[in-house]
Design a protein around this ligand. Structure first.
Ligand code: SMG
Ligand code: MG
Length: 369
């Protein structure tokens, strides 16, 4: 397969509701899309980088520059029979896994289509629906939090993740547990704490959380291991795991008992698979995170989450939780038991609404040899 050219685009899309985490509030999302011209057809992909360097050092701007300046010149015009060839060409570029991932995932979808298989089957998936949950941002009041959780449960979501930060943690989760003693509940701190907060965080143990996601800074594997020794709640790592090496070292250190895999964060499907296997061999479950994706990135996440060791519900909510109108057809909808169905068409499995993408585009550039 030969990538003849790649079109980069940034869209502007309004989230239905602002999303607040420990690092800021987001109302508009600016997804960076790629369209590979590959063997005479188009293959879309999505980069998960955010607008600012908060969740990661990567941003829409850095991904654009690294794609245009380094990654795309290395691959355009080359014959790529598989993803290994792509990874070899990308290897000299240090980091920038989000920029790399969008091309890797688009190429994988094209290879799946070429092999006449749905992406999930091409990846080795074993499920036709995946369990999903919701991620509920930091709210202004406990009443709003309880209301938001109530609405999500009423829609059929079965796992609730609450974003926390210092000042919005023990009290907020305590109120949730009092109202909903039985729900599957977890919390995500997006690196808002330090090891000095260990005693405080250990108070969360009494809420029977499924896990506590990324309490400490991304580079703090050793401190996460120390914190895990001081609390019963399983620690899950998200920002800390950018590669299979990170996963191996985190598990060796005892820094976590669960891993959140986002293919867009770790360089794509192949690296996600390696992390999945390392975790499986260690008896550690993984689940698929989310980055407020459009239907393109969501289709990738759904496909990945069909692998066997994705044993916990993902942050893969339906399209209508984020967007008034998704850019793919059909949109992802919530099905019985709080699940999302896995597309069965070949390749990515959803059709991109090109006219809508066109209307939402705020920046575009064609990169060719
Ligand atoms: O896509 O439903 C989603 C968002 C899930 O909470 C979510 N993602 O740390 O896991 C996380 C956050 C990162 C995204 S912040 C823009
Ligand atoms: Mg997270």
């Amino acid at each position: 397969m030969k990538i003849n050219a790649v079109e980069l685009r940034v869209l502007k899309m309004r989230l239905l509701k602002p999303f607040r985490t420990s690092f800021g509030v987001q109302q508009d999302r600016y997804p960076l899309l790629v369209r590979l011209e590959i063997d005479g057809r188009s293959q879309w992909g999505e980069c998960v980088a955010g607008e600012g360097p908060w969740y990661s050092y990567e941003t829409v701007e850095t991904a654009w520059q690294v794609l245009k300046g380094y990654l795309l010149p290395a691959v355009i015009g080359r014959d790529l029979q598989n993803v290994d060839a792509l990874e070899t060409l990308f290897a000299p570029v240090r980091g920038h896994h989000m920029a790399k991932a969008c091309i890797e995932m688009a190429l994988t979808a094209a290879l799946a289509e070429h092999a006449r298989k749905p992406l999930a089957k091409f990846l080795g998936g074993v499920r036709d629906r995946v369990e999903t949950g919701v991620s509920i941002g930091i709210q202004s009041t406990v009443d709003e939090l309880l209301e938001s959780i109530g609405a999500s449960l009423a829609q059929g979501y079965r796992r609730i993740k609450v974003k926390i930060e210092p000042g919005w943690d023990v009290m907020a989760l305590g109120a949730v547990r009092e109202r909903y003693p039985e729900i599957t509940l977890m919390a995500d701190a997006n690196a808002a704490y330090g090891l000095d907060d260990a005693d405080h965080l250990a108070q969360l143990d009494r809420f029977g959380l499924l896990m506590l996601e990324q309490p400490l800074a991304a580079g703090d594997l050793v401190d996460h291991a120390a914190l895990q020794r001081q609390m019963r709640t399983p620690i899950c790592l998200d920002e800390s795991i950018e590669s299979a090496r990170d996963a191996r070292q985190a598990l060796q250190l005892g820094a976590c008992q669960v891993i959140n895999i986002k293919p867009g964060r770790v360089g794509g499907f192949a690296e996600s698979r390696r992390i999945h296997d390392i975790a499986a061999n260690a008896g550690v479950p993984v689940w698929c995170g989310g980055m407020l994706e459009t239907g393109i990135g969501r289709a990738c996440n759904v496909a990945l989450a069909t692998l066997p060791n994705f044993r916990l519900p993902g942050d893969i909510s339906a399209s209508d939780r984020y967007w008034a109108e998704d850019i793919v057809e059909p949109p992802f909808t919530l099905q019985r038991g709080g699940t999302v169905s896995v597309p069965t068409r070949w390749g990515l499995g959803v059709r991109v609404k090109v006219d809508l993408v066109e209307r939402l585009t705020v920046r575009r550039e064609m990169i060719s040899a």
